[in-house]
Design a protein around this ligand. Structure first.
Ligand code: ZN
Ligand code: ZN
Ligand code: FE
Length: 764
């Protein structure tokens, strides 16, 4: 029987993202509402609450605590204990308590909320037009935090003394800015400054108006955003975009566009309900959208692509700028190609000097570099580049992990630190091909170790001996006496997919990507495994062909096309009637010699290279200037709803594994090219073929191994939306449970998560 009217004391401990998100004021209001007495406080590890009142009120309070939590709060776990009442007379917010060794989750930066937006756009508000407006529901977080507990003196906001009005908001539990650490206003907060490329201030009345005029004139602006600088220019101007491309040394890699409102986006792109949800989420990432033919955004923004990377403004500065200039703006990372994004004013002035005409600066410091995140919706949303809005929020593990540092791969690097049930997957670090990126990687590891109090005992890394991340891992382990666990690249892909889907395995893993170091020293990339967290067995792969010229074969897909043709049909194969016949005959001679004598031509089973080869063979792209360009452009050509027959191929047993033989595939494509079958149809037939290869291999493995029902799809090739859709439905038709990526990238940005999990289980 339930007693009513009897006072009880309930002690509650809430874990998750519950600090810096307005949780205490929420608890305060809730306690008032339910007439409960007691207190709430932050500790290093959780939010603690003591409330007393009658049972009914306590139940309603507990229920509301979970169901009505502020938008950015993420409750991971609530512990409740009941005691006799103590006789509290009021409800208070108590001072924070710091406990040695405890840590808390840190909120990512959050896109400007509706309330703050209303304020900056209203003429009467004291924050009208103020580009650094924020509240407990929005604004910078991770990028300004130097340590925990999250309080203003431990952020880059400490240099700004709050004015009396801001202080009153900050101190008032009923105010939307109660303990909003970056709270600021035009009187006391950060300020904008417009500077020329010579570093001199541009004197003007209104910085936003002047910046907007410059953009309309076709100038390139470096804009200091949340986690670093962005380069902005008019997205409807070919001239401005070509200038930016020249200066940034980025010939054709697609650029992201920022558009002021959802309605504005709809003028240029198709927006599904799922995609709209992403724009309206606090993360507010770049979303890859279907690009309308009649959009006046210049084709040079994303040459040959049918998807456009679009984002909404996510800081007040962006909102004000976009509203003022009323143009879609290219908004791309402020860096020279391949380098990390610039974050400090003097650094930007130095590094972006030759790129930007003007610099839109401010004096709020950025502590952590933080790129824009990129997502797409194919069936369900999935993140392709995970940074702003997502990191450093952890991926939750279905087990308690040892403290591990996993160093990730080479391209699109992220690292991962584990502790308890948390995998702290870092924000996108970049391509680890230069000193600057390595330094960014090392600094960010230090930051995460400090924020989350992780002292790794094990270091996991990719088996590729030349990766900078691998070298770093081996170095650190030697210096600090840590255990090391080398992890095979595709095993890490599959496990990363399993973990985010909460699957313990074993599963059938299909890992398709460009390059990964195989356990046998060859280059893998078209792999069919049985895998769990501990180990994997390679049960099949695409047939090997020479990667003729090594790196050169990746930059020049026509080399892969020739490698397939001469390997499958002999070196007398005639190129007549194929786009390849226009190649320089001297170079063809050299390639044949390289193949014959096996000079710098390691064998590869890479699926990425197969797509490259087909793209070059049908004349879509023979040379690339960004990763996967040939494959992407091939995918773009395929029409949506056309019925086609896949090409033939064979699966044969070789040395105990299944090998996908591609001779018939290539001879059929050659025939189609010669008989002038439209390239879009060839592309579609090819995609259907790869989907069928996947389905047949998986079914054969499922039969051979018995009861396996789950298939994990991972690797960069699954960023190909058409392939993901075709393969997914082919497998589902066979009754298989298909796991794909959503929370972490399917590309190498997800590798470190898999590495960490494998290291946790291998080390025993
Ligand atoms: Zn807000
Ligand atoms: Zn103020
Ligand atoms: Fe990979």
């Amino acid at each position: 029987m339930r007693l009513t009217g009897v006072e009880r004391l309930t002690r509650i401990s809430v874990r998750g993202v519950v600090q810096g998100v307005g949780f205490r004021p929420f608890v305060y209001r809730l306690a008032q509402e339910h007439h409960l007495k007691g207190w709430v406080r932050n500790t290093s590890g959780s939010v603690e609450i003591e409330v007393e009142g009658d049972n009914g009120s306590l139940d309603r309070f507990l229920n509301a605590l979970e169901t009505q939590a502020p938008p950015m709060a993420r409750i991971e776990n609530i512990e409740v204990a009941s005691y006799p009442a103590r006789g509290y007379t009021d409800f208070q917010i108590e001072p924070s308590l710091s406990r040695e060794g405890e840590y808390q989750l840190v909120s990512p930066d959050i896109a400007t909320c509706e309330d703050c937006k209303t304020e900056i756009f209203s003429t009467a508000d004291r924050r009208s037009g103020y580009p650094f407006t924020n509240c407990t529901n929005c604004g910078p977080r991770f990028t300004i935090i130097e340590d925990i507990p999250y309080d203003r003196p431990k952020t880059t906001m400490r240099q700004f003394q709050m004015c009396p009005r801001c202080q009153r908001e900050y101190d008032n539990p009923l105010d939307r800015r109660f303990h909003a650490q970056p709270n600021a206003c035009p009187e006391c907060g950060p300020k904008l400054e417009l500077v020329g490329s010579d570093g001199r201030t541009v004197e003007c009345e209104d910085v936003i108006k002047t910046a907007s005029r410059l953009l309309k004139e076709g100038k390139i602006l470096a804009v200091k955003g949340l986690g670093g600088f962005q380069l902005a220019c008019d997205a409807t101007s070919d001239e401005a975009i070509n200038l930016l491309r020249d200066r940034k040394r980025r010939r054709s890699k697609p650029l992201a566009v920022m558009i002021g409102t959802i309605e504005g986006i709809k003028e240029h792109c198709l927006v599904s309900a799922e995609e709209r949800k992403l724009f309206e989420s606090p993360q507010c990432p770049i979303v890859l959208l279907g690009w309308k033919q009649d959009s006046n955004i210049a084709k040079a923004v994303a040459p040959n692509l049918k998807y456009l990377g679009v984002m909404l403004p996510y800081t007040p500065l962006h909102h004000l700028l976009l509203k003022e200039c009323r143009l879609p703006l290219v908004m791309t990372s402020g860096n020279l190609s391949e380098e990390p994004i610039a974050k400090d004013n003097d650094e930007a002035l130095r590094r972006l000097k030759g790129i930007a005409d003007y610099f839109l600066l401010h004096n709020r410091g950025i502590y952590a570099r933080y790129d824009d995140s990129v997502s797409m919706v194919e069936g369900a949303p999935q993140v392709i580049r995970r940074a702003r809005g997502y990191a450093p929020y952890p991926i939750f593990l279905p087990f308690k992990a040892k403290p591990i540092l996993a160093c990730g791969a080479e391209l699109k690097n992220t690292f991962c630190l584990t502790k308890d049930e948390h995998a702290f997957l870092s924000q996108h670090i970049g391509d680890m091909e230069n000193e600057e990126t390595l330094e960014h990687f090392e600094n960010t590891i230090q930051l995460y170790k400090k924020l989350f109090r992780v002292e790794p005992e094990i270091v996991a890394y990719d088996m590729h001996p030349d990766y900078l991340a691998t070298k770093y891992a081996i170095d650190v382990a030697a210096k600090e006496g840590l255990k090391t666990v080398p992890v095979q690249h595709h095993h890490a892909h599959i496990v990363s997919c399993m973990v985010e889907n909460n699957a313990k395995g074993p599963v059938i893993g299909v890992a398709l990507d460009g390059t990964g170091y195989g356990s046998d020293g060859t280059i893998w990339g078209g792999e069919f495994f049985i895998a769990d967290y501990r180990s994997f067995k390679r049960l099949g792969h695409l047939e090997y062909v020479p990667l003729v010229g090594g790196e050169a074969a990746i930059r020049k897909p026509y080399r892969m096309a020739l490698s397939y043709l001469y390997t499958l049909f002999g070196e007398d194969f005639s190129l007549e009637g194929l786009p390849l016949e226009r190649l320089d005959s001297a170079e063809i001679g050299i390639i044949k010699q390289q193949l014959r004598q096996k000079i710098n031509s390691p064998p590869t089973s890479s699926a990425g290279r197969l797509f490259d080869a087909v793209s070059a063979l049908v004349g879509v792209r023979g040379e690339i200037d960004y990763e996967a360009q040939a494959a992407i452009e091939l995918e773009m050509l395929a029409p949506d709803e056309t019925r086609v027959e896949p090409y033939p191929f064979a699966i044969v047993e070789q040395g105990g594994v299944r090998v996908v033989k591609l001779k018939e595939l290539f001879s059929s494509i050659v025939q189609d090219v010669k008989s002038k079958t439209p390239v879009p149809i060839i592309s579609l037939k090819f995609h259907h073929t790869v989907a069928k290869v996947i389905a047949e291999m998986v079914i054969a493995i499922a039969k051979e191994t018995g009861l396996l029902k789950q298939v994990a799809l991972s690797g960069g090739v699954f960023q190909n939306r058409l392939l993901l859709k075709l393969a997914g439905s082919a497998l589902r038709r066979e009754g298989l449970d298909v796991l794909s990526h959503h929370l972490v990238p399917t590309n190498d940005g997800g590798i470190s998560l898999g590495q960490a999990v494998i290291a946790n289980f291998v080390d025993n």
